[in-house]
Ligand binder design. Structure first.
Ligand SMILES: *[C@@H]1O[C@H](CO)[C@@H](O)[C@H](O)[C@H]1NC(C)=O
Ligand SMILES: *[C@@H]1O[C@H](CO)[C@@H](O)[C@H](O)[C@H]1NC(C)=O
Length: 254
């Protein structure tokens, strides 16, 4: 994908999500005992509450972050992979992805006590599932900041392109170049265009025909789908189904 090798907003999102997923998987794998080199996280430093004690098996985020950064950041620390600005951009976005894991730790608990009365609780820190993290990074993608690589004092750094003089924040995704026009096909810039893409006439999200077809309109056609239906279970042990046919309308961009 030539687009990912450039410093666009989309590549910022993809790199940050990949870095988050790597650390997330390692932290979870530690807790589930799949890795010989790590196990559950130690009990959190903060005081347990009056109605619970720390216990259970927390996701080992610390180990996940440590091994995840070693893995995700290694290619960018190699001075041959693109310009310095490009490497700084991806290192920053990898860190943003991992930070979103730290921000999304939640306390999970299990009840004990007489017939589930919950008079005693055991709690541990666990990661949110990856869909939650991806949604967080998507909103950061929409709010990403365009940066340039320039001298700040004696060192060259990434700073916001707009005039406000401030360093980039740990919580914001950054990019260096504007995205190509994804509406029209341009192989050199890594854009497939949206012609012939299926769109949704009733949605008003990014899959809507309005947005996806970039104002060119769409063609409708019908398609017959054959499905298994009216399934019955027979003792013992098999299932029989009928075949049902239904017609659906589909829309593709002009
Ligand atoms: C189209 O979008 C609507 C509203 O978001 C949704 O309910 C429906 O399932 C979508 N249809 C298809 C085919 O994806
Ligand atoms: C479509 O947009 C309207 C506001 O413009 C919003 O209230 C509604 O929830 C949206 N519907 C879907 C399916 O996203």
């Amino acid at each position: 994908m030539p687009d990912l090798a450039k410093g666009t907003r989309e590549s910022a999102f993809v790199f940050s999500l990949a870095a988050a997923v790597v650390s997330h998987s390692i932290a979870r794998a530690c807790a589930s005992g799949e890795l010989p080199s790590c196990s559950c996280a130690p009990a959190p430093a903060e005081q347990a509450g009056p109605d619970f004690r720390w216990g259970g098996c927390g996701d080992n985020l610390r180990y996940g972050l440590q091994m995840g950064s070693a893995f995700s950041d290694a290619p960018m620390k190699n001075s041959r992979s693109g310009s310095q600005a490009f490497r700084l951009m991806h290192l920053h976005n990898n860190a943003v992805g991992r930070q979103s894991l730290v921000d999304a730790m939640e306390t999970k608990c299990k009840c004990h006590g007489v017939s589930g009365s919950c008079s005693v609780k055991t709690c541990w820190k666990g990661l949110h599932d990856i869909n939650h993290i991806a949604a967080d990074l998507k909103s950061k993608y929409l709010a990403a900041t365009k940066v340039i690589h320039r001298h700040v004092g004696t060192r060259r750094q990434l700073v916001p392109r707009e005039l406000d003089v401030r360093p980039v924040r740990e919580s914001e995704l950054v990019y260096l170049v504007s995205s190509p026009d994804y509406c029209t096909q341009n192989e050199k810039h890594g854009s497939f265009g949206t012609q012939d893409r299926q769109c949704n006439k009733t949605s008003n999200g990014s899959d809507s025909c309005n947005l996806m077809c970039c104002g060119r309109g769409y063609n409708a056609y019908t398609e017959k789908i054959v499905e298994r239906c009216q399934c019955k279970y027979h003792w013992c042990c098999y299932v029989t189904c009928k075949k049902c046919e239904r017609t659906v309308e589909r829309y593709v961009c002009k």
